[in-house]
Design a protein around this ligand. Structure first.
Ligand code: SF4
Length: 434
């Protein structure tokens, strides 16, 4: 999304009007994801849809950008015919020029600077500068990317091959970007990276994430600072202390565990053990009794036995995560896990996925019930014409978590309001303004 926002800003600055309606557009730009099979399928479907529009004459050019371009390389053009330009990750800031060139190009209507006329440039080790974005989130919250790439080599993961080696943005650049966003009205920054906890290591900054957070906290008009994608082994005592003692860093952490069985974690090339993960959760809860925890898990990893899956289920029942995302294992080409023996049949993966999500649903619903009668500060995200608002308390990250449905909401988007929890609606909380 950050890359999309940067490209939109480049496009607007070049003088092109933008529209969300495909039928009104001369050019459709599709920024793709491609880290697992379903993401690739979704991206390809969007590209085919745009190419169909082009064949019907509703659209003149189709440009594809982002991760799938890096992942598939020339294979992308074999999968879908009719793409006019392919824009690699390192060409992101050149998007407007590429669009201009497609229209002036005589080489089959394709841009001579991009596929298929030129190979994609290698993913650079350059630090990305994400300042100057056209936000497509509501104007009061934004993502703040603090680093790019990943040096871990989890056996199942395609991301390091797509996004390159880990590199932190210099702290001054992160602060400048945060300042820019807050000056434009953002009150909630969601800190993202492939590996947030590693921030600053390549810049030789000691306890880099903690140091960065201390600086970000100083931004006067920033109210909420939320940390996403924390690699569990990177969470140390100092970071916990910084978060626990902060008025702005939310007591909400997204810590993807992937699994808890020692043998599977080792095969995944992750340094954790079940004991370490259990201690981490205990320490977080000890330091912050009000902490809201989200995690991500994989079921059906090669060789996962019923017993190992049951161990995962036991852990989930014990940990009582507030929110949990589950992936069925996908044997992605180019990853070592795809070649492992003992691939789990799809049917078994689905059963384990269903079982885990049903157990988690009970936990999440019970957690919601416990909040009924309590009061919460909500950030209003939207309000409809009937005064029904949607917002979030600190324990709900935008886009991925549940929301608060706000009855009789008289506030505007971007405002913080005091609410009382009056009920639940599935995963969501029903609240009313007080
Ligand atoms: S830490 Fe995350 S991004 Fe890096 S290799 Fe592991 S799963 Fe992939």
């Amino acid at each position: 999304m950050v890359d999309s926002e940067r490209m939109l800003a480049e496009i607007v600055q070049a003088g092109f009007p933008i529209t969300a309606e495909t039928d009104n557009a001369d050019v459709v730009v599709i920024n793709t994801c491609g880290f697992i099979a379903p993401a690739e399928a979704e991206s390809l479907e969007a590209i085919r849809h745009a190419v169909d529009h082009k064949l019907r004459g509703a659209v003149k050019k189709v440009v594809v950008a982002g991760c799938l371009c890096e992942r598939l390389g020339p294979g992308l053009l074999e999968k879908v015919e009719g793409i006019d330009a392919v824009v690699g990750l390192s060409q992101r800031d050149n998007i407007a020029n590429i669009i201009k060139k497609i229209f002036s190009s005589e080489i089959g209507g394709r841009c001579e600077d991009s596929y298929p006329n030129q190979p994609l440039p290698p993913i650079s080790d350059r630090v990305v500068d994400d300042r100057c974005r056209l936000l497509i989130t509501p104007q009061h919250w934004a993502y703040l990317r603090i680093s790019e790439g990943c040096n871990h080599r989890c056996s199942f993961c395609t991301i390091p091959a797509i996004r390159g080696r880990f590199r932190s943005k210099p702290m001054e650049l992160v602060i400048a970007e945060a300042d820019e966003l807050v000056s434009a009205g953002v009150v909630e920054l969601n800190v993202i990276a492939q590996d947030s906890t590693n921030y600053g290591r390549d810049l030789k900054i000691k306890n880099g994430l903690s140091a960065l957070l201390r600086e970000l906290e100083k931004i006067a008009d920033l109210t909420w600072l939320r940390l996403m994608y924390l690699y569990p082994a990177g969470i140390d005592g100092e970071l916990i202390e910084v978060i626990a003692n902060s008025d702005k860093i939310l007591h909400y952490l997204d810590v993807p565990l992937q699994h808890v069985n020692d043998k599977i974690l080792k095969s995944m090339r992750r340094p954790d053990t079940r004991d370490k993960l259990q201690h981490l959760i205990e320490n977080l809860r000890l330091a912050m009794p009000d902490i809201v925890l989200r995690t991500t898990l994989i079921v059906g990893y090669p060789g996962e036995t019923n017993r190992q899956f049951e161990e995962l289920m036991d852990f989930v029942r014990w940990a009582r995560f507030d929110a949990l995302g589950c992936f069925k294992f996908y044997p992605e080409s180019g990853t070592s896990a795809a070649e492992l023996p003992g691939q789990v049949p799809d049917k078994v993966k689905q059963q384990r996925f269903d079982e885990l999500m049903v157990a988690q649903q009970k936990i999440a619903f019970a957690g919601n019930k416990d909040r009924v009668g309590g009061s919460l500060t909500c950030l209003v995200d939207s309000v409809d014409s009937g005064d029904l608002g949607r917002g979030r308390f600190y324990g709900q990250a935008p886009d991925i978590d549940s929301v608060c449905i706000i009855k009789h909401c008289s506030a505007k988007p971007g405002q913080f309001i005091a609410t009382k929890v009056i009920g639940t609606q599935g995963y969501d909380l029903l609240v009313e303004q007080i």
